[in-house]
Design a protein around this ligand. Structure first.
Ligand SMILES: *Cc1c(COP(=O)(O)O)cnc(C)c1O
Length: 432
């Protein structure tokens, strides 16, 4: 019945997350409320790093893609598991620094990093800077020279893989703003230049083919293509690329009918391809990095809302309006992303209707979803939207000057605030 393994129903008929009653969480902390289950975050991280151990002799690093969900507490949890982190802006880097994250395990991404961001990364000892384009390489070289550092870099490559996912989250094909193109020779030319750079150390190559991908074949294909480039670099430039970063994008279960492959299968199959391809090409096994974001955070989170108005429009639809919306979850408005919802205080009842859950923003497109099976919801009920742990809080906004909800972590029967609810004074704090 539930999309995530940490959800259940208790003796009061209430939805629970990590064993805690969601209705009591809503009462205690208010709504809207993001709730994250620490145990499931840890378990998801371990599934990836244990499979790295099992299928690739531990010769790799799992770097959680913090754009999925970042805050100090999340960085601390990832650090305590011994995993790495992926950041795409100075804000995500700053969060990691302030959380005491070991910065040598951090990769810094982005297709248009500013000099300020590059300098911040270099000065804070970021482990890898994933260089996206040639002008960035030149700017980074200058910054490295000026600061007397020699940053480790990777090149982001567009391997030309068409992963079957939404257009907006597809990144591996040639028409993408991310990375160096392979087919045109752009990538190889850039490698040639970097190999002779004195101020940077070209350690690896990176690709990320998209997000919410259900099929392992495109990942296998991407690994093949990247290893082909590593072999070409070895043969033609006599230079050894030691690291291969294969990105993230592993699909998760948002709807009951989704059936993603277990996370373990990914490294089981991809490491097989890597090993056989390396043997064939006569190259050493690279150190492998992967960057799961959604698959770590999304299943661990839910959002709780209180129902306000209910509008039945005969023969058209029923609107159930909640006290949040596109300001805390813009994904339906952006991509028509679908979710499962449950009336948390009626979780043991049949989901007898199909409704549109609407937000409170001044925008007709402000919907959490349409045609959503739901228990009969009335004013005052608590609705839980499931698997919202990724790309919800991190994509939230203050549209309509709505304060952002709090984030509460649950762990072993306890709950604690990880991010405070914004106050009205937070809304005007930068106003002059
Ligand atoms: C977004 C992103 C990820 C994470 O993708 P998920 O789909 O959340 O796993 C990893 N690497 C890069 C470079 C990204 O841009």
């Amino acid at each position: 019945m539930f999309v995530s393994e940490n959800l259940s129903v208790n003796e009061n008929g209430h939805l629970t997350i990590g064993g805690i009653d969601t209705v009591s969480l809503a009462e205690r902390y208010g709504t809207p409320l993001y709730v994250m289950d620490e145990q499931l975050i840890r378990k998801n991280l371990r599934r990836f790093h244990e499979s790295m151990q099992k299928y690739y002799d531990g010769k790799g690093l799992v770097c959680y893609a913090s754009k999925a969900f970042s805050c100090l507490e999340m960085c601390r949890i990832v650090a305590s598991e011994g995993d790495g982190l992926d950041a795409v802006s100075i804000g995500e880097l700053y969060t990691a620094v302030k959380a005491g994250f070991p910065m040598e395990k951090v990769g810094f991404h982005g297709n248009n990093k500013t000099d300020e961001e590059l300098r911040f990364a270099v000065e804070n000892g970021v482990g890898h800077i994933i260089v996206d384009n040639i002008s960035e390489l030149h700017r980074l070289e200058a910054i490295a020279k000026e600061t007397g550092t020699k940053p480790h870099i990777m090149f982001r490559i567009k391997p030309g893989i068409d992963a079957h996912t939404h257009d907006f989250v597809k990144t591996g094909q040639i028409d993408s703003k991310f990375g160096f193109a392979l087919e045109t020779g752009e990538a190889f030319e850039a490698v040639k230049e970097a190999v002779s750079c004195e101020n940077v150390n070209l350690a690896g190559l990176h690709c990320h083919i998209g997000s919410q991908i259900f099929d392992i074949a495109p990942f296998e294909e991407a690994a093949r293509v990247m290893l082909g480039l590593i072999a070409k670099i070895k043969n033609e430039l006599n230079y050894e690329i030691k690291e291969l970063n294969l990105g993230g994008g592993f699909g998760i279960k948002y709807l009951n009918e989704h059936d993603p492959v277990p996370f373990e299968n990914y490294l089981e199959r991809v490491s097989k391809v890597v090993k056989s391809e390396c043997a064939e090409l006569g190259i050493a096994h690279p150190f492998i990095l992967i960057e799961p974001g959604r698959s770590i955070a999304a299943p661990a989170g839910i959002t709780l809302y209180t129902v306000g108005a209910r509008k039945e429009i005969p023969n058209i639809r029923t609107y159930v309006s909640v006290d949040g919306g596109m300001c805390d979850n813009p994904r339906y408005a952006l991509y028509k992303s679908e979710y499962e919802a449950i009336v948390a205080n009626k979780a043991d009842e049949e989901r007898s209707e199909k409704v549109t859950i609407a937000g409170k923003c001044c925008e007709s497109g402000d919907l959490i979803g349409e045609n959503m099976p739901l228990q009969h919801a009335e004013s005052g009920d608590i609705i839980a939207v499931c698997a919202t742990g990724a790309y919800n809080y991190s994509m939230s906004s203050n549209y309509n000057r709505i304060p952002k909800p709090a984030v509460v972590f649950v762990n072993e029967g306890e709950s604690r605030i990880a991010v405070k609810r914004e106050t009205l004074d937070d809304i005007i704090r930068n106003d002059m």
